[in-house]
Design a binder for this molecule. Structure first.
Ligand code: NDP
Length: 433
């Protein structure tokens, strides 16, 4: 804490991992002798930079850009870029730290990193977003590359932003290096299923947790927070598997639709019109919009927090448990506070932590890198099947590791120990670097 003052989310993420890997540390004295924990908590490299750009009124704006290259023991740094006014060093470091273990869990050759800027794309015109992305990449391009560091999207960075970023990278470097960014449009090397991946994958993971409990999605009521990329495709997959999503949200409140959320309508509002979730009720008057309240007050069997960090608190957990919730799958990164996680464990609610449950996005990004390297393009069905297998494997690995270390059903411990030992063993073999 003294070494990284003020980086509260980073402290929280590190504490969560360290609290559960004790049994693995005890088992292998080399982890302590070689100071693996101290090394793993220190990023290999961090860059902070100025992003100057001009808005539509001709006024100069200055933002702060970040890239944290955390760990490259398993492969090139890999992790998204977040554009949100709240972004600071502590956000990027918590996300980068989580990313190390998440990427290790996928079993694919990718290291961990993360980046972003305190830029708020909300209310900005298309050309303002383009100018911002071009300025951001003008600095970032020096630090990334297909074999070095491969950024992708996150909150506030979708296909549009990745397009502008890739365009500027290509222009500055004069290289058509498709594998330098993932989440690209299909027309320039993007992978099918990347847009859907994180939401679909989270639902596949929860499906495995439900199966382990002798249950399924069929007939379940589901609540999802957020209405962005992860939330939309989580809702779509829940409906395909026979469940009903009755509520979703954005930062202004939530909509409740007894008949089931109309996912096409949410896509139109959020992906095309880029408007607020409150507009949902204008087309579906039978639904209701509840401003400034937590979506977790809505009763459900399955909760999929898919918005942002620390959005599901102990008060929300108490509501969910009292209302009969049996499973929680984190679509977002660290959306559940530590107290709430503890309450779910004590109440026997199956809890899938983000680094396992939302790993499908980065896994599909790694599949995009494979396709770019082989100049290939896979079909939707083939890619989705591979993705589902990866999520099944991640579930099986977390489940088995938790059992092996005497904590059956504890997916947090399973994910942390399994991800940590993969990276730590590679670091030992690579020597003191
Ligand atoms: P988007 O920007 O597409 O969507 C974020 C959504 O969350 C928006 O609906 C936003 O609403 C809402 N939101 C933000 N803050 C709050 C809040 N305090 N309360 C309620 N809703 C809120 O981002 P993504 O869907 O891509 O990412 C969501 C989460 O998933 C993040 O934690 C991200 O790190 C994680 N993730 C994403 C992956 C991906 O592939 N996209 C991969 C792995 C993890 P508003 O518009 O009002 O801000």
């Amino acid at each position: 804490v003294d070494r990284n003052p003020g980086e509260t989310e980073f402290h929280q993420a590190v504490r969560e991992v360290l609290e559960s890997i004790g049994p693995a540390i005890d088992e292998n004295p080399d982890y302590a002798n070689q100071k693996i924990i101290e090394r793993i908590c220190e990023p290999e490299r961090q860059v902070i930079f100025r992003v100057p750009w001009e808005d539509d009124n001709g006024e100069v704006q200055i933002n702060r850009g970040f890239r944290v290259e955390f760990n490259s023991a398993l492969g090139p740094y890999k992790g998204g870029l977040r554009f949100h006014p709240s972004v600071y060093q502590g956000t990027v470091k918590f996300l980068g730290f989580e990313q190390i273990f998440k990427n290790a869990l996928t079993g694919l050759p990718i290291g961990g990193g993360k980046g972003g800027a305190d830029f708020d794309p909300k209310g900005r015109s298309d050309s303002e977003v383009m100018r911002f992305c071009q300025s951001f990449m003008t600095e970032l391009h020096r630090h990334i590359g297909e074999y070095v560091d491969v950024p992708a999207g996150d909150i506030g960075v979708g296909s549009r932003e990745i397009g502008y970023l890739f365009g500027q990278y290509k222009r500055i470097t004069n290289r058509y290096e498709s594998g330098v960014l993932t989440g690209k449009h299909l027309s320039f090397g993007g992978a099918r299923v990347r847009t859907e991946a994180t939401g679909y994958g989270c639902v596949f993971f929860v499906q495995e947790m439900l199966t382990a409990k002798g249950r399924s999605f069929d007939g379940t009521q589901v609540v999802v927070s957020g209405s962005g990329n992860v939330a939309i495709y989580a809702m779509e997959k829940v409906h395909q598997l026979g469940g009903t999503v009755v509520a979703c949200s954005d930062s202004s409140g939530y909509v409740y639709d007894e008949q089931g959320i109309d996912v096409q309508l949410v896509k139109q509002l959020k992906e095309v019109e880029r408007t607020r979730i409150s507009d949902y009720v204008e087309t579906r008057p039978s639904a209701k919009f509840v401003p400034q309240r937590s979506v977790w007050e809505v009763p459900c069997h399955v909760a999929l927090p898919s918005a942002t960090q620390n959005e599901l608190t102990s008060v929300d957990a108490a509501n969910l448990i009292a209302n009969g919730c049996i499973a929680v799958g984190e679509g977002a990164n660290m959306p559940t506070t530590p107290d709430a996680v503890r309450m779910f464990h004590e109440a026997g609610v199956a809890f899938g932590p983000g680094k396992a449950a939302n790993a499908a996005g980065v896994a599909t990004s790694a599949l995009e890198m494979q396709q770019n390297a082989s100049r290939d393009s896979w079909s939707f069905d083939f890619t989705e099947r591979r993705l589902q297998e990866i999520m099944k494997d991640i579930h099986a690995r977390c489940h088995a590791t938790a059992e092996q270390y005497g904590m059956p059903g504890n997916y947090v411990a399973g994910a942390n120990i399994s991800g940590f030992t993969n990276v730590a063993d590679a670091m030992l073999r690579l020597g003191l670097i």
